[in-house]
Design a protein. Structure first.
Length: 460
């Protein structure tokens, strides 16, 4: 029987553990914090739970046009009160329950789960405390942690990373979010909806610079319309405590005072102290584990998956990297990881979801394609729900009409993107999408309508 040891119990670890067990391997997972890892316990699951609460508050506050009024102060933020202590308690209970459920599933499937820290003694021996485990296959799935600036050291009270948020007893009165990438935008949107006065510090011209520029512009407009202050093209040089809060000094010389500061300035891989380089595993820039498209490292029999590889830091990608590693290691047929088919979502309100090629790819000539963009405010279901912000964008190949990508900004975009993802994955054409029934009325109807627009516009 093949012995597999997986270091790390997040999605890049527990998902491949299930695959390996199903294929008959003897599997051990070593996790220091709890099954589910940071994704379940401190990052993805808690943040999306917080966002679920914040989205509900936005719907309540912005429901006047639907005939729903809050007595005496329909448009006043104070008319919707958020008990952040109750919210955070729920979040932590939910995260712990998800961790326990996942652990139970692993144990049921015959996976040995060890609590502790592991390191490689050599490529086929894993040390956990005094125990030495001999392995045929080792998978490194140790994740990453928030990057810290030496001039803005988090203290867990006023200067925070997102892992400190769920211990706050009161809602931040005036929150300064440093970093306008996906994480910064999500938390800025969430805390603004919960009732905080939010300032977002962005080093770029638009928030979320890695996303579709039209989508980023829509979301930035929504942020500012709801009262957020967005400071563009400047960086935080330092963050210090004051008597009753924090002071952020910016690179352009300005200072911003607030009650709390949330630092969202990137991630650092958890690769130190694992014995990787001593075992011959090559680390690249920033300490990330170098892997190929089937998750192999530079050492035979040692694989890596998830955020510690720096390959598109998404839970879904981590899980797929891990599954691919096990399929490859255990002799199953496997297709290499294809990032061009990865769907991603920014869980702001409205949401932003994207998959495949971008409009920038078309404009730059990297692909020969055509695009169409349909605003959601013309969609009948959107009108019924007073949805004014958002759009559906579809990208196809110029002559064949094969769907190459898409962007959706709107409510539940994370769900709506699935149809476009299937089209990209299966190389469907706009004709295929156009001839697919969609419910009337529905937001997904804009996807098929966009496909019909591209079909009609296709050359003879």
């Amino acid at each position: 029987m093949t012995k597999v040891v997986i270091i790390g119990g997040g999605p890049g670890g527990y998902e491949p553990a299930l695959v390996a067990a199903q294929l008959g391997a003897d599997v051990t997972v070593v996790e220091r914090d709890g099954i589910g890892g940071a994704c379940v316990l401190t990052d993805c699951v808690p943040s999306k739970s917080l966002i679920a609460t914040s989205t509900r508050t936005t719907y309540v506050r912005e429901s006047a046009d639907l005939g729903i009024h809050i007595p005496e102060a329909a448009q006043d933020k104070s008319s919707v009160e958020v008990d952040i202590d109750q919210v955070n308690s729920r979040i932590k209970r939910l995260a712990q329950a998800q961790s326990e459920d996942t652990r139970a599933r692993l144990v049921k499937e015959g996976v040995e789960v060890i609590s502790g820290e592991a390191r490689l003694v050599d490529p086929h021996i894993v040390a956990v405390g005094d125990r030495r485990i001999t392995a045929d296959i080792v998978l490194i799935a140790t994740g990453a942690h928030p990057r810290e600036l030496p001039t803005a050291k988090p203290d867990g009270e006023r200067i925070l990373t997102w892992r400190h948020l769920y211990d706050l007893e009161k809602l931040p009165e005036k929150l300064i979010v440093v970093g306008s990438g996906v994480t910064g935008a999500e938390f800025a949107s969430a805390y603004q909806s919960l009732g905080s006065d939010v300032t977002l510090v962005s080093s770029r011209r638009l928030v979320m610079p890695t996303q579709d520029s039209d989508a980023a512009e829509v979301l930035e407009d929504v942020f500012m319309r709801r009262g957020m202050t967005v400071l563009r093209q400047t960086r935080a040089e330092s963050v210090v405590r004051t008597d009753d809060g924090v002071r952020v000094t910016l690179s352009d010389g300005r200072t911003v005072d607030g009650s709390h500061c949330l630092m969202t300035v990137g991630m650092i891989p958890n690769t130190e102290g694992l014995g990787l380089e001593e075992a011959g595993v090559r680390l690249g820039d920033g300490g990330f584990v170098e892997v190929d498209r089937v998750s192999r490292t530079t050492v035979p029999g040692v694989y890596a998956a998830g955020d510690c590889t720096g390959v598109n830091m998404l839970a879904s990608v981590a899980a797929m990297q891990g599954r691919i590693a096990m399929w490859h290691a255990l002799g199953e047929a496997v297709a290499p990881l294809q990032l061009s088919t990865v769907a991603s979502t920014v869980f702001t309100h409205p949401e932003l979801a994207a998959v495949g090629a971008s409009e920038d790819d078309v404009r730059s000539g990297r692909i020969d394609g055509r695009t169409v963009t349909l605003p959601l405010n013309t969609n009948p279901r959107a009108k019924m729900n007073e949805v004014r912000d958002g759009f559906v964008k579809l990208i196809c190949r110029q002559h064949t009409g094969i769907v190459l990508g898409g962007v959706i900004v709107g409510p539940r975009a994370s769900e709506l993107i699935l149809g476009v993802s299937i089209a990209v994955q299966q190389r469907l054409t706009v004709d295929d999408l156009a001839h697919t029934f969609s419910v009337y009325p529905s937001l997904s109807g804009s996807v098929t309508e966009a496909a019909r627009s591209l079909m009609i516009a296709s050359p003879e």
